[in-house]
Write a protein that binds this ligand. Structure first.
Ligand SMILES: Cc1ncc(COP(=O)(O)O)c(C=O)c1O
Length: 369
């Protein structure tokens, strides 16, 4: 066993003995992380099973290197990602989650005095405050009747008001729907090269969608963003990245004080290891699909409309429920997101573990009764 890890295990054991508790161990001998808290968190689309066993091991192997800057690890992570996506290292920029990448892209695109951001409604919009602080006017195009991106309408809109920044989330959060990546490819061909097109691929792995990385690296106005926060189960480690043309990567990097340097040694080690743990990804996806199926069954049983999702969350309609669903859920220690969409009341629930979802469906039945 690695000496650093042996020391660490010794420390954990000593601490546990001092506290009069036994450390819980995984079958592979690694300490079981204590639960962050006892809440059932179904509100941020995290992976309830992660980090993967290989990523956990990497975290333990590398945490004692935290006294050193992560340069070598950042280079290794970029190499690993370049191989993974068949791109070059100069096509990649690392950030503290894809949130940082969205922010950098907004800054890079926002050098004009008047700027318009084109997005969909509803879609992921955590960037909203930053966009408005940077002086963007956000225009949101409603999803079409299939609750999917209306690319024709978005294109029509750019004909009379050119967009500075177009945000496309595919699969879309919060609906879990997606458009064919080839449709996005065709869309990008019709858009002025002066517009930045940002393609957020946070959930493509769940949907088995191909990445549009190859498109991005050959078009300086297109950026693909990916994250380790979802299927790789590393939301707390904060690792995301952009894939784009080298000139675009350079531009994005110029807005980071230390290009790539927002990722820690431990985070980079975990990310590298998780790319080697495709069995874990496969397993998480399978569990996610099974759990979504059993959720759909419950929604049908109760008579609630829902949008079939290709991601790790489901948006379901709660217009029929008289009680305050989010408050009632919280009273039971369950956290979900209330959403006002399509002129009605909806709830977005992330897929937790089987046990968590049993609690959720039990609570939902009680609240809806
Ligand atoms: C569509 C989408 N993009 C980006 C993010 C941000 O992820 P992170 O900053 O953790 O990489 C999220 C998180 O929920 C998301 O749903």
């Amino acid at each position: 066993m690695h000496t650093d890890r042996r020391n660490w295990l010794k420390q954990v054991t000593l601490l546990a003995t001092a506290l009069g508790t036994e450390p819980l161990l995984f079958a592979n001998g690694l300490p079981h992380p204590p639960p962050a808290d006892k809440r059932i968190l179904l509100n941020s689309n995290e992976n309830p099973y992660g980090p993967s066993p290989l990523a956990q091991k990497a975290i333990l192997d590398y945490y004692l290197r935290s006294n050193r800057y992560p340069d070598d690890m950042l280079t290794s992570l970029k190499k690993k990602l370049a191989t993974h996506w068949s791109v070059n290292e100069e096509n990649i920029l690392l950030g503290a989650g894809s949130s940082e990448i969205i922010g950098l892209a907004l800054i890079a695109a926002g050098t004009k005095f008047r700027k318009q951001l084109l997005a969909a409604d509803p879609a992921y919009s955590v960037w909203q405050n930053q966009a408005s602080a940077l002086g963007y006017d956000a225009v949101k195009i409603p999803l079409n009747k299939d609750r999917k991106y209306d690319l024709d309408e978005m294109l029509a809109r750019t004909k009379y008001i050119p967009a500075t920044f177009i945000y496309i989330c595919n699969p879309n959060n919060p609906t879990g729907t997606y458009v064919d990546p080839d449709a996005i490819r065709r869309f990008t061909e019709t858009i002025s090269k002066d517009s930045y097109i940002f393609i957020d691929e946070a959930y493509t792995e769940y949907a088995d969608l191909p990445s549009l990385a190859s498109l991005a690296i050959s078009h300086p106005n297109i950026i693909v963003a990916k994250t380790f926060s979802k299927v790789y189960g590393l939301a707390g480690a904060r690792i995301g990245y952009a894939m784009a043309h080298p000139s675009t990567i350079k531009k994005l990097a110029s807005f980071q004080p230390w290009p790539d340097g927002s990722v820690s040694t431990v985070g980079a080690a975990a990310a590298i290891a998780s790319l080697d743990d495709m069995d874990f990804v496969k397993d998480c996806k399978k569990k996610n699909e099974d759990i979504k199926d059993s959720c759909y069954k419950t929604f049908k049983e109760i008579g609630l409309d829902y949008i079939p999702s290709s991601a790790n969350f489901i948006l379901f309609n709660i217009g029929k429920i008289k009680k305050d669903l989010t408050r009632e859920m919280q009273a039971r220690n369950i956290y979900v997101q209330y959403r006002d969409h399509f002129g009605g009341k909806w709830c977005r629930v992330s897929m937790g573990t089987e046990e968590e979802m049993l609690e959720f469906t039990k609570a939902l039945k009680e609240i809806a009764a």
